[in-house]
Design a protein around this ligand. Structure first.
Ligand code: NOJ
Length: 655
């Protein structure tokens, strides 16, 4: 009885407030003449104005009108959980939840639940569609979800539905200008002082969300369509991904928002075999034109080169090695011929069993490679055999790739980020788990925290990485990433290029900045991406930092930053007392003062500092680096110069 009677048939206007545990963030859910809306305030200031909720269905009336509340269920949750790897060892999951069970007043009596979770750090909600009396399957035409931020806000955007997927430079614009869909995470600075990020969590079997302005100047979700124009076909019961809004008073506040992971479920199987990794690669030599992916005289993935690189891994103390271009399918124009790639047939000059045996003798983990070029039909046919083949050869890591502007699935061209794409990425991940294989996915689906449930999803690309150097990147890019793309989880940026002055791929970076990336850009697998001879010949002292820096962290403490301009972060090594600090700047040089008050009190530490020389510059003195050691304590203040396009890296350990 109870609530049904209270808010039932006659009651068409209804409001309910859900407050965050600290009481500062308040989400107001409302039914207005049967329409669903929500709005958000923090500290009494508007974050989102009244925004519409609802779902449009094929062959049915929209979901979201004519609704009445049947039942409201509320709870408070507060528990910490341990991560297997990541930016924090322990994460607190603390929120107030309200589930609104709704029913239509029309004779269909269709049912819909909207579940909100209000955290101190933001708000999440999702639609849940229970089995209905009249149907079991739905075709979703559109989600009506709005995010009504002040349109005078600034936003950092990359365009959606473009040939290079997420690989674009971030543009700062006003929300008014978001006339075409942009990807999430969408970072926004409001005129009343908030930094918010709109994104989604737990994206499974549904189109991924992009966002654009509608005719009422409200940001509205635009779910990536399938080739037939539908957004998704779903079997009931069904829940959409969580729609998430991080809310902070500073840009660096966004960095440690852990809502995405908290909104995903714990794993349901044993993943104790998952291990983060640092790896080198038969890779950058191809980008600079020394070697080729394709067979021929300059073929990179030969048995001989693999042996040389395994020896180098051993000498340099890096435990992983990626080998690309090893299988049949790279002949000619691989982007065009990808439909014929074979994932179990090595080229004749590549003896996988022999290489794998040598790698194991030398304690080097091989990272296999599957470039699908987006030909999912071709890949899925071979996927299980291909994973088995690697597993039988002792390979536990695979870098996969989906280059190509669209995926080919069931003979149709589909967006990578459509429901069909999302389903494929998940299928690959689950199959990989069956063979105890960890994935590094390039041209991926964006991160939505699912690595909590599937920790073998070690890292992904999903933004412009170092391979875009040589003209397309400027130093602001790496200062945008922490506040945008990286809010969705780790990224394989392929850091550590020491050959910064290469004529083919000249980097917009100093050498010290290459070290900084290992701290500023989190990734569950970090690449030391250059050729070994550059580490041994250009600056072996600087390489020490790459050897020392861990991949998994105890905790993360963002120190300073401004979106697109600079970013400085400290991280404590997992299960250790060592700390690492990284900093990057845009094309302006700057001096920063770093307060070390996060260190243990009354303890003597030593800091190994790798910083730009005073005359270093990303254009004409890229290699100018100073490496020095200093005694420090929690009282110390470090004064560091970052050259234009430069950066710094510091290791701090107890004396
Ligand atoms: C694009 C990926 O981003 C890159 O890392 C890879 O080497 C090539 N595709 C070839 O697979």
């Amino acid at each position: 009885m109870g609530l049904f009677n209270l808010f039932g048939r006659k009651r068409i206007n209804y409001e309910h407030k859900i407050s965050s545990p600290d009481g500062r963030t308040v989400c107001l859910f409302a039914l207005r003449q049967g329409h669903l809306t929500y709005s958000i305030e923090k500290d009494g200031k508007i974050v989102l104005k009244e925004s519409r909720l609802g779902i449009k269905l094929m062959g049915e009336k929209s979901f979201g009108d004519n609704l009445t509340l049947v039942r409201l269920q509320e709870k408070t949750y507060d528990k910490s959980w341990e991560t297997q790897w990541g930016e924090e060892h322990w994460i607190r999951n603390n929120y107030r939840e309200a589930a609104f069970y709704l029913s239509e007043k029309t004779e269909d009596h269709r049912l819909l639940t909207i579940r909100f979770k209000v955290f101190n750090e933001g708000v999440a909600f999702r639609y849940e569609i229970p089995p209905q009396p009249k149907f079991r399957r739905l075709a979703i035409l559109d989600e009506l979800t709005e995010f009504r931020v002040d349109p005078h806000s600034s936003a950092w955007t990359i365009p959606a539905y473009q040939p290079d997927r997420y690989e674009y430079n971030y543009e700062k614009c006003s929300v008014y200008e978001i006339k075409k869909s942009v990807h999430t995470p969408l970072t926004i600075q409001t005129p009343n002082g908030f930094f918010i990020s709109i994104h989604e969590a737990a994206l499974y079997d549904y189109g991924s969300m992009t966002i654009k302005l509608n005719e009422w100047n409200a940001l509205k979700s635009d779910i990536t369509p399938l080739s037939d124009g539908t957004k998704a076909y779903v079997d009931l019961p069904f829940s959409t991904p969580w729609r998430t809004i991080f809310i902070h008073e500073s840009a660096i506040g966004l960095i440690t928002n852990r809502m995405l992971l908290n909104l995903n479920d714990p794993p349901t199987q044993d993943f104790s075999w998952v291990k983060p990794l640092k790896f080198m690669g038969i890779w950058w030599a191809m980008f600079v034109g020394e070697w080729t992916w394709a067979p021929g005289e300059r073929h990179g993935a030969t048995t001989e080169h693999a042996f040389e690189y395994i020896d180098a891994c051993k000498r340099l103390g890096v435990h992983g090695l990626l080998i690309e271009g090893w299988n049949n399918g790279w002949e000619g124009d691989w982007l065009q011929n990808g439909a014929h790639s074979n994932f179990t047939e090595p080229m004749p000059d590549f003896d996988l069993p022999k290489i794998s045996e040598y790698a194991q003798e030398n304690n080097v983990e091989l990272v296999g490679h599957h470039e699908t070029v987006g030909f999912v039909d071709n890949y899925e046919k071979q996927m299980e055999d291909a994973y088995k083949y690697y597993a039988e050869n002792g390979i536990h890591y695979i870098k996969s790739g989906y280059a190509g502007s669209m995926m080919t699935v069931y003979g149709q061209k589909e967006f990578h980020h459509s429901q069909i794409g999302v389903r494929h990425y998940q299928k690959a991940l689950e199959l990989a788990a069956k063979y105890h294989i960890m994935l590094i996915v390039h041209e991926p689906i964006k991160g939505t925290g699912t690595e909590r449930t599937w920790p073998n999803m070690l890292t992904r690309e999903g933004a412009r990485g170092q391979e875009y150097e040589g003209g397309a990147l400027d130093p602001s890019h790496a200062c945008n990433l922490p506040f945008t793309r990286l809010l969705a989880g780790g990224m394989d940026y392929t850091s550590g290029i020491f050959d910064v002055t290469n004529v083919t791929k000249r980097l917009a970076s100093t050498l010290a900045r290459q070290l900084a990336y290992y701290v500023t850009i989190f990734s569950g697998a970090q690449m030391a991406a250059d050729r070994p001879r550059f580490y041994e010949e250009v600056n072996p002292d600087a390489f020490k930092f790459i050897r020392d820096v861990p991949v998994s962290w105890e905790k993360t403490v963002p120190l300073l930053g401004e979106i697109g301009h600079y970013y400085i972060v400290a991280r404590q090594e997992r299960d250790s007392t060592n700390w690492f600090i990284g900093g990057v700047t845009d094309s302006d040089g700057r001096r920063v003062k770093i307060n070390l008050d996060f260190l243990d009190k009354d303890t003597a530490y030593q800091a190994e500092i790798y910083r730009d020389a005073l005359d270093a510059h990303y254009r004409d003195n890229q290699l100018g680096i100073i490496i020095e050691t200093k005694d420090v304590t929690s009282e110390s203040m470090l004064d560091i110069w970052l050259a234009p396009g430069g950066g710094f890296a510091i290791k701090i350990s107890k004396k």
